[in-house]
Structures are given as C-alpha cells and as structure tokens.
Ligand binder design. Sequence first.
Ligand code: HEM
Length: 416
Amino acid sequence: MPQIPRDRWPESTPALLIEGYRFISNRCRRYRSDIFEARLLLRKTICMKGEEASRLFYDTERFQRKGAAPMRVKNTLFGWGGIQGLDGETHRSRKQMFMSLMTPKAIRRLVDLTAAQWSKAIGKWENMGRVVLFDEVNEILSRAVCTWAGVPLEESQVGLRTNDFVKLIESPAAVGPRHWRGIPARVRSEKWAAAIIQDVRSGRLDASEGSAVYVIAMHRDPDGKMLSRHTAAVELLNVLRPTVAVSRFITFAALALHEYPECRRKLLEDKDDYAELFVQEVRRFYPFFPAVAARVRHDFEWKGYRFPKGRRVILDLYGTDHDPLVWENPHEFRPERFGMWEGNAYNFIPQGGSDHFTNHRCPGEWVTKELMKTAVSMLNTSMEYEVPRQNLKISLSRMPAIPKSRFVVSGVKRIG
Ligand code: HEM
C-alpha cells in the first residue's frame, strides 16, 4: 500500500507559523502530491488541497466534525457546542435554522441597514484627518448586524462589543497576546449573548418573530429540546461575529480598488454584472480563512492511501483557491476570470465547499457578497478619498491576514 508522503519534521507547527497560508501548498509542491501527513499541534494530521481533495473532505460518510477543531479554536473563534462541531441530523436541523435567516428579503434588510451606517460614517469621516478603514467598517457592520438580528446594542457598548468580535476573529491562529486576548473576549461575548437569549425567552426583550435572536432563542434540536442558554449564545455569536468579519474582505476590496484602478472604472461602467466578478475575485485572491478541519469517521482507503479512524484532516482553502490546475495565473488579480467561470462547489471555496443546506459550507456566503458589493459601491460612488503613503503589505504568515496599515484613507468627501 502506498504511504501518504510525510513532512520531514517531527513537529511541523513552527513551520506552519512561519509559512502561514503557504504551509500546505509549499509541501504539496515539495512532495509532488496534493496530500501529505505532518504533526501539527502535537497530532498526526493529514493535509490536503485541490478540487479532488475537497470532494473527499466534504464526504460526510467518511468524515465528521465532532472533535475536529483544535481546542484553541473552540476557546476563541467557535466556542463550544456550536454548529461547527455537529454532524448528522442535529447538524442539518441547526443548519436549517441558520439558512432560514438568509432569505433574499432578510439579506436586503441587512444591506439597507449597512448602507445607512456607511452613509452616517462618511459624514463623520469628512471631519477626520485619517480614517483607518478596517476599524471603521468593523463598527459599521457591528451596528448594522445587531440591529438586523434584533440584538440591543447601547451606544456606550458599541466599542467593547465590536472589539470583542474582532478579537475572536484575530485570535485562533495567533501565538501569545493576540491569542490570549481572544479567550476573555469569548467569555465576555458569551455572557452578553446568553443574557440576551434569556431576555427573549422570558419576554423581557420583545424580539420580532423572524429575527435572528428570536429564531435562535426558540430553536429546538431534533430531540425536541430548546438549545441550552450557552449553546444559543454561541449560535447568536455565530451570526454576529462572522458578519463583522466581512470587514476584512471589504478592506481587501478597498485595497484592490487602489491597486487595480481599472477595476474602479469597470465598476462604474457597471456592465456584465462586473461587481459580482469583482467580489468573487476578491474572495478568491486575498487570504482570509486558511483551512478547515475534520476527523476520519471510520478507516477507509482513498487512492490506495489509508485514512485511519480518528485522524485529523485539514483542507487548504487558500491553496485550493490558488491551485494552478484550476486557476490560470492564480496569483494575478483578474475579476474577468469569473465571467466564463465553469466553477463548482469544490474548486472555489473561500467559505467552504459542498452544499449550504446539507453540509458545513458557510451559510453567510450571500450576505458576505452583498455586504462587499454595498461597500464597493459606497467607496466608488458615495465618497472621494485619498490613499496616503502607508504600509499596505499583507503578510502571509499572519493568520488571518490584513494589510499592515489596515488601509488608511484621508480627505474624505461625500459625493453623489
Ligand atoms: C467574512 C466572510 C466569511 C468567511 C471568510 C467565512 C468563512 C467560513 C468558512 C471557511 C466556514 C467553514 C466551512 C466548513 O467548515 O467547511 C464557515 C462556516 C460558517 N459560517 Fe462563515 N464566513 C464568512 C461570513 C459569514 C457570515 C456573514 C455568517 C453569518 C451568518 C457566517 C456564518 C457561518 C456559520 C454559522 C458557519 C458554520 C456552518 C456549518 O458548520 O454548517 N459566515 N464560514
């Protein structure tokens, strides 16, 4: 039986920290294989990239999510007991809960609330010298998504809650203080969210029926039981936090408008749904969610390789979205590539692959794209601004990535 190529180090975590988003691709090139094994976080781990690997990874007969995410991810980004670690019927029912929030009408409402926040913010920015776009957009999205979800957010709390959402996103793959800051942020956020769930259940908070906070507070798992207050809090944060995370893609979109000014012109011409092509390419090109993890459900063989029960497997999202077998010149930013894209749910996977309803693919994908389009339209048609000299470098060792300066603009003027 052929052996899965082994990374040459006894423990590859230090290399992962140095190489970041390139860790898996670098080794796939070195071993001439889209699959290899390494010890990561002290556990044997099978690493894979590419379309075929992605089809395998999303086979729920062969893989499960229970026990797959590393502890450091559960202590910060995910929390414990949420949808990410569920399988089978319970996962499907919980997923239905999230998908029911994603109707076109509900997404429209979130877009409108977000556009109103952008408009207010532009007024504020006109009176500011320098504006750090990433920080500002985090706040815009926090305010909008809380209103949308039916979550009360007092003015005095906006900064604290927004910062905590950001810390949850920043901390899972970090070492040292950036990681540690995520742990109290998780505790604070869950305490806050659990109190809101309790208020909805007791009738103290009058939440409207289709709102996210109401749907989550009242959801019942297939066993007929309501979610525990803690689990409901984790799931409420699973809506709020990732919506705020869209600010990262928005910052990358602003960077792309700056670095590829011809895109700005094409967006203004607004032909052939160029905005759609543009946001797709931003999601493909820029590094955000590096990889996803699962565990082998029971022993099986694939291409002659043995996958033993319990083994952790990770799928490289960034590497798959830059796979030269699928993407011509993958390191070129070219929205037009999506014009005649014959893609599928396994080779373009910035937010996971397979099916939204029956698998773990991100339920927030449509929201993400619409919020990006809103932002691009605001940047292009509602304001003028300069981009002063700054360090726009994106380090691929830092996960999640962000331009060093977080994209500073100045001289903001409202137009249109
Ligand atoms: C900022 C942009 C976003 C990125 C890069 C992103 C990325 C991802 C990724 C990679 C996954 C895991 C897929 C897998 O396990 O196979 C995921 C799952 C998930 N995302 Fe997103 N996401 C984003 C926005 C959103 C939004 C706006 C929501 C709001 C509802 C959301 C809610 C979720 C939830 C609840 C899951 C778990 C789904 C499941 O396990 O079935 N995400 N996302």
